[in-house]
Design a protein around this ligand. Sequence first.
Ligand SMILES: Cc1cc2nc3c(=O)[nH]c(=O)nc-3n(C[C@H](O)[C@H](O)[C@H](O)COP(=O)(O)OP(=O)(O)OC[C@H]3O[C@@H](n4cnc5c(N)ncnc54)[C@H](O)[C@@H]3O)c2cc1C
Ligand code: SF4
Length: 504
Amino acid sequence: MNEKRYDVVVVGSGAGGGTVAEALAPLVRQGKKVLVVEQGPRLRLEELSGRELEMAPALYEDDGGFLTADGTMTLAFGRAYGGSTVVYTGTSMQPPERVVRGWGVPGLDHSDLDRRARRFAGDNNVHLLDEGLLNENNRLFVEGCRKAGYRAEQFPINVKGCKGSSLCNLGCPNGAKQGTHQVQLPAAERAGVEVVTRAEALRLEERVVVLRVSARPEGGKGLPSEWAPGDYRVAAGVVVLAGGAVGSPALLLRSRLPGLSGRVGEGLTCHPAHILVGEHPREITNDVGHPKSFFLDRAAREGFVLETCMYFPFTTAKNLAGFGAPHSTLMRAFRRLQMILVLACDKAVPGNRVSVDRAGKPVVHYRFTRETVAALVRATRASARIFFAAGAIRVHAPSADPPLVEPGDSARLDERISERHFLPGKISVSAAHLMGGCGMGRGPEDSVTDSFGRVHGLPWLRVADSSLFPDSLEINPYLTIMALADRVAEGVVSDLSELGAGSG
Ligand SMILES: Cc1cc2nc3c(=O)[nH]c(=O)nc-3n(C[C@H](O)[C@H](O)[C@H](O)COP(=O)(O)OP(=O)(O)OC[C@H]3O[C@@H](n4cnc5c(N)ncnc54)[C@H](O)[C@@H]3O)c2cc1C
Ligand code: SF4
């Protein structure tokens, strides 16, 4: 076993870990050693080919199809230098005041989060795309919303020099999307923070991270690790977990640290989502341009959010209900398809959680509550109205039976699209906004950390990622994660001398 020593070790390099790495970089100038440990590879821009079958295994855990324990939902999360920010779409939302207040976390003030998130929005070049860059898939959503009596809003996006290749979820081949791999991690490395990739944290011991560095597989994408393959014991004054809402709770659970709250892994939410398509009589521009420029926020009133989207053929095909000729007919109409992603604002409920199996691998338990199903169905009905108002001649709705809804059905959408047709396991539901598992709160009886990500009872251990959310955010989360991670980093800097960290 190789031995190393650092003042701070950060596990994970996504929205949370990348933010902490940059915020701790000034410590390096003061002589401290800071290390980021990332299990995924460091990919070069020219390796991002945009091909689904190549990029999904290179960038995602389980190729993007991580299944929940009962097989009713797939979860998408990244595994690379930059974490899920390499594959996210870049929609950049401020933390919603109503939701943050509702969490009731002592010491967590919305205005503080908002201020920090605004700073990151500036760093990440967040702005509204010019009208000339919006494709018809997006414009039809706005038109359909207006005609159906809704008001669509434009997403602020974090791109610089976007070429509209619509490949955001396979890693931007143009380096336009401003994820942590593009902004925060390179800045941290320039300032002397070390990043070791292909390095999986296997378990934690008191002030120690035990990790395994793997060799680059033959023919695999990405650079070799910065360290020689093998097992390492890395001693650290402070350990910051930023492995994401599945990775961080799983690492804590397999480490079995004495004194940990029994809440580890609990409280998982994920904005379960469906892809819906509306078929138009003519071709529309859909697979060029930034894919996600508008949304309709019905979270407070109806428990859902609608977003424009355009997925690749394989993902689309997997998400459409049905088989054979009807399925193939719809796929052949790909160039005429308008697409909407419907997201339910699910709530943290007992039983929806992360655990680990005997080998220490994460297992996600998730049950759709009646409220979540009702929200998805309401969202589907609203989308059908929007599609038809925009001129669609057919709508594919997974919670309708049969799934193809015609304009003649408009008057009876409530009957055609119904909760009784939502059959978990029979229809495709996926989620990419994973939240919770190490929630913030008052004390060990209701939470894993305080509002600065300090793990109750273990002062050397912090959490700085989406697992901190005590409940769902009800909107796209990455800027809120960065704001929370920034608070955690601030706490680490102020507590460091007390914690007696030293690289020795
Ligand atoms: C396809 C997709 C599109 C999205 N689009 C948007 C969007 O447009 N806007 C938005 O706000 N959000 C979006 N999200 C969500 C957003 O990307 C995530 O919420 C956010 O990146 C989560 O940050 P995180 O730090 O918690 O985890 P991640 O960013 O997932 O990073 C966790 C990192 O930790 C590493 N890790 C885990 N365990 C270990 C271990 N044991 N050892 C070493 N490394 C480990 C993982 O490999 C990973 O790289 C999207 C997500 C996906 C998947
Ligand atoms: S649409 Fe823009 S941000 Fe997305 S992959 Fe293409 S260039 Fe990158």
